[in-house]
Design a binder for this molecule. Sequence first.
Ligand code: CTP
Length: 398
Amino acid sequence: MLTGKNILLGITGGIAAYKTASLVRLLKKNGANVKVILTPAAKEFITPLTLSTLSENPVNTSFFDKNTGEWNNHVELGLWADLFVVAPATANTLAKMANGICDNLLLAVYLSCKSKVFIAPAMDLDMYIHPSTANNLKTLEDYGNVIIDAREGELASGLIGKGRMEEPEQIFEEIRTFFTKDKMLAGKRVLITAGPTHEKIDPVRFIGNNSTGKMGLFLAEEAINLGAEVTLVIGPNNLTINPLINCINIQSAQEMYEAVHQNVERADIIIMSAAVADYSPKIVSDIKIKKKTDTLTIELAPTKDILKSVGEIKTSKQLLVGFALETNNEKENATKKLQTKNLDLIVLNSLNDKGAGFGFNTNKVTIIDKNNNADEFELKSKSLVATDIFNKIISLLS
Ligand code: CTP
């Protein structure tokens, strides 16, 4: 299943380190080549001998071997890896990774690594919920790494809460999914909308919303990983866009409409995750509106519903996915949108779910199809939500 795949496993100094022996066994049993890096602290929790025996490769623990002077080239290790998995990742290593600190071999490999990086944190519950850990995880996710969220349960401290490393079997499952879906969308063209729109009031003001565009960007990156050619039509944002994505920057709903219609005909899969303004000022003032009166009324006119307009012209070969952000009667409203806009799938996120929606790096979605099948997912990173959405799309394509 993983034959020939090179998996680099970075182990840091937490009690969950002992569990990585089973992860190495699972990877080896499924045909992967495994190399292991241990941080100095990790050696206190699991021995290099155990891991070199299981991985059938020497274990790397420092920049060079003190006895032979042999250099462990971090750049070569980073290039060797098809996937770098850091498990368990302690609070200390997360903080260093998030800030580019490079005082051991694992961190040097991380900084020079060209492959995708999976990070499975593990620590005590209070450390896990500390704002600095949360910020470090957010930063690492923004850099494009996949966070395999810690679980709730009994911790080494005896306390019960979130902080247990995900089980090796589940980490293995994430790795397997990452490789087996490899390039399943080769030859397909994917068109994605993302972010907010800004509707001009005058030269200095606009009507906007809190969308960051992250969900759309993660979808675009997932599509690239799957081998697709990707066009991303995105509103104003602060994101770093992967150069492999054909990115079209727009400001208003009208500009998004035009960019979508210029690209829709050649698209096989269309996903509209943008938070498009429903109304736009009827008249845009050429000069800055002065503060003259006690009240100000701006007349708004409806924008074009881009998703609906694509639903009206889509062919049977095209797959159309919409998003719905609802606060009440969530499923009912989303299903109605699926039908009226002629969609194949709708991704529902509810503002009632903590950690879901605008600005968060996590999301909790339900994916509903035309036959009214609803898959409800747990709260997870937006990158893994993107994986769930594409898994569903791929199942419909086949
Ligand atoms: N959408 C769009 N063009 C618009 C408005 C929405 O393409 N002018 C798309 C969004 O990108 C999303 C879906 O339609 O995929 C649903 O957006 P949402 O704002 O939840 O729904 P609306 O249709 O605008 O309905 P309402 O705001 O009344 O819930």
